[in-house]
Design a protein around this ligand. Structure first.
Ligand SMILES: O=C(O)CCC(=O)C(=O)O
Length: 307
């Protein structure tokens, strides 16, 4: 790993954002919560152009919306901006965000799993119901996704919709995000009498957090503005690798834990400790940061899938 200096012209995002106890209770009982003003408008204005630029310059998806399937129309998805740009890394590694994640999970320390830019383009489609953790070979319920708005999001676009309490059911079946998962989980939610809840419109800097097993979806974007959001996924330090019993979980293992086996600690230079950290240590960049496309292609090759 090589060491990098923190950019000094950007806000540090290290100040704490104290959580009200009802917020923690809501997360633990429903599997989701909303933290308004997690980042200030000034902080978002400093980072948004960088995050959008890094994401859009590195997108793989080049097809027009109408040539894509339902999943492809839901959003542009760009993985691990932290490997691509040290200013994006400063956002993803924010102590403030990671500390909230640890507090919601009720654990002393969290690691980064990955980050993703999720941009719902103007005219983009709905996000089908799915569970994130289906993709992850992590043997712990202590995982959480931060989803933070980089722009004001009006109510006709809205933020995510959650099936409250669904996280308590764990893995609901190996259904990848798409038309089938949407149809299946619509019925499942009705059959189980769970409430569909949303935190609605958002200001830039507002955020939701949802657990890895929480079922969620999102509406389409009927406006002519891109809905840019950034996600950071955290898991409890000390978690172990779970079974590699699905191609998606084998792929993620090839990305993040190439030399680990089920039962080993889920720990690698690609999943650094984000909270707590030693304030004297500089962030470091793993080899994948020097050959991002090669790293992705290599993971697909090792997992035996098409890149
Ligand atoms: O941004 C969206 O529309 C969906 C986001 C999502 O599925 C997630 O953050 O896990």
């Amino acid at each position: 790993m090589s060491r990098v200096d923190l950019p000094d012209d950007l806000p540090s995002l290290s100040g704490a954002h104290p959580l009200a106890p009802p917020c923690i209770e809501e997360f633990q009982s429903t599997g989701h919560t909303c933290v308004r003003g997690l980042a200030s408008p000034q902080e978002i204005s400093a980072y948004r152009p960088i995050l959008e630029d890094v994401a859009l310059c590195n997108r793989f998806e080049k097809r027009a919306l109408e040539e894509r399937d339902t999943y492809g129309r839901a959003f542009l998805q760009i993985l691990n901006l932290w490997l691509l740009d040290r200013r994006a890394q400063a956002f993803v590694f924010a102590q403030r965000f990671a500390r909230v994640a640890a507090e919601l999970l009720g654990v002393p320390a969290v690691r980064l799993y990955h980050d993703q830019a999720l941009f719902k383009e103007a005219g983009g489609g709905y996000t089908p119901w799915h569970q994130d953790q289906f993709y992850w070979p992590l043997d712990t319920p202590h995982t959480v996704t931060l989803w933070i708005a980089l722009v004001d999001i009006p109510k006709e676009v809205g933020s995510m919709v959650f099936a409250s309490g669904s996280q308590a059911f764990g893995n609901l079946g190996d259904l990848a995000i798409g038309d089938e998962s949407h149809r299946h989980f619509e019925r499942w939610i009705d059959d189980h009498g769970l409430a569909r809840e949303t935190h609605g419109a958002m200001r830039a800097g507002d955020a939701t957090f949802h657990a890895g097993w929480t079922l969620h979806s999102a509406g389409a974007n009927p406006t002519d503005q891109m809905r840019s959001a950034m996600t950071v996924i955290y898991f409890a330090d000390g978690a172990r690798l779970g079974p590699l019993d699905h191609p998606s979980r084998r792929l993620d293992r090839a990305f993040y834990f190439p030399s680990a086996h089920p039962g080993d600690l889920a720990r690698s230079e690609l999943t650094p400790l984000l909270y707590p950290t030693d304030s004297n240590s500089s962030p470091t960049l793993p080899g994948a940061a020097h050959d991002y496309r090669g790293w992705i292609a290599d993971a697909f090759r090792r997992a035996g899938q098409r890149g």
